[in-house]
Design a protein around this ligand. Structure first.
Ligand code: G1P
Length: 298
């Protein structure tokens, strides 16, 4: 089964990053020089995705503008001989025939956002990427998963271990048989208390799901936080389709939180070929306290 389509649910209000996210979607915040959504699209492309379904805030066209050609800017860069920048903005565009921008009219949760994409997802397996989970890996996370999915099919969810006290921030997995990076999933629970968490295995925002998920999403009642949860729909499919966790190789940054976002910027900046060396010098200065005392508060 080949994977051709991906859904990017990006209609969230980005409350934790206000006021930055008042008019700009959280997924447009940059890690060094690229917005989060572009990292996710590049990961999807590497996994062979050809059709991109963005579930966006109604009336907000920022994401669409980002992935569309920009003749004035391109002309300007061409005239000034800025070849690298020109290439980078052209190569990041998506053929408009391959991109859909679907509004999520009400903030009813991740499961509801996914169901908004049903019309375009069709009757085939689809990948779901949550761009605020930024994953740095030797092979992109979705590439790793697509390879395993080709062998196993069913529903597949990226997972990683977290401290049990953090269970209320995640969907948590009840694991069964383990086979290398694959873990049979026997149950799923969205944002349990640490005591109720069935393990320390947490869901990370990469999924490959069967089209049957839409039927289950339709039937879902609001779950954790009063929202329609993707986790609940996937849990109700256990028994109907194989369900596996995939323990990916790589490092995940939680860019939905300020500290995770800062850490991602540090990690990417420190290993950047252009600014890495200077960034390392800066970090040393701040770590030694020398720069902090002269910078003052904000
Ligand atoms: C969502 C999912 C959750 C998952 C998390 C990963 O939660 O509902 O199961 O563990 O993403 O980032 P959110 O972070 O949107 O509250």
């Amino acid at each position: 089964m080949t994977l051709r389509k991906a859904i990017f649910p990006i209609a969230g209000l980005g409350t934790r990053f206000l006021p930055a996210t008042k008019s700009v979607p959280k997924e447009m915040l940059p890690v060094v020089d690229k917005p989060l959504i572009q990292y996710a699209v590049e990961e999807a492309r590497a996994a062979g995705i050809e059709e991109f379904i963005f579930v966006v805030r109604p009336g907000n066209r920022t994401i669409e503008a980002h992935f569309s050609r920009s003749p004035d800017l391109e002309d300007n860069l061409r005239r000034r001989g800025r070849k690298a920048e020109l290439e980078s903005i052209i190569s990041s565009c998506i053929d408009p025939a391959k991109a859909r921008y679907v509004p999520q009219d009400r903030p009813l949760g991740l499961g509801h956002a996914i169901s908004c994409a049903q019309e375009y997802a069709g009757d085939e397996p689809v990948a779901i990427l949550l761009p605020d989970d930024l994953i740095r890996a030797p092979a992109p996370c979705l590439v790793q998963m697509a390879e395993a999915f080709g062998r196993r099919g069913g529903n597949m969810i990226a997972v990683m271990d977290v401290p049990k006290v953090e269970a209320p921030r995640y969907g948590m997995v009840e694991p069964g048989h383990r086979d290398g990076r694959l873990i049979e999933i026997k149950g799923l629970v969205e944002k349990p208390t640490p005591e109720a968490a069935p393990s320390t295995l947490a869901i990370v925002g990469r999924y490959i799901v069967q089209p049957g998920v839409f039927r289950h999403l339709m039937r879902r009642q609001p779950g954790a936080g009063g929202e329609i949860q993707l986790t609940d729909a996937l849990a109700s499919m256990i028994g109907e389709a194989p369900c596996h966790g995939f323990r990916f190789e790589g490092r995940r940054f939680d860019c939905g939180a300020k500290i995770g976002f800062l850490e991602a910027n540090l990690a990417y900046a420190l290993s950047d070929s252009m600014i890495g060396e200077e960034a390392r010098r800066l970090v040393r200065r701040y770590a030694s306290g020398e720069a902090v005392s002269s910078a003052g508060g904000r």
